[in-house]
Design a protein around this ligand. Structure first.
Ligand SMILES: [Zn+2]
Length: 50
């Protein structure tokens, strides 16, 4: 059985990949820390998989 891994999804374009995967880009934001960024549309409006 494959281990269950939560997916993160971009709310802007619908891009989906495993949470924390290398497919996601990351952007450092002062005060907020590191945000997950969509590689397709560069949106940071990404759900964190739970
Ligand atoms: Zn996107």
């Amino acid at each position: 059985m494959a281990s269950v891994q939560a997916d993160s999804r971009c709310l802007n374009c619908g891009f989906t990949a495993a949470s924390g995967s290398d497919e996601w880009a990351h952007v450092a934001v002062p005060k907020l820390g590191t945000l997950t960024q969509c590689p397709e549309c560069n949106s940071t409006n990404v759900t964190s998989g739970r």
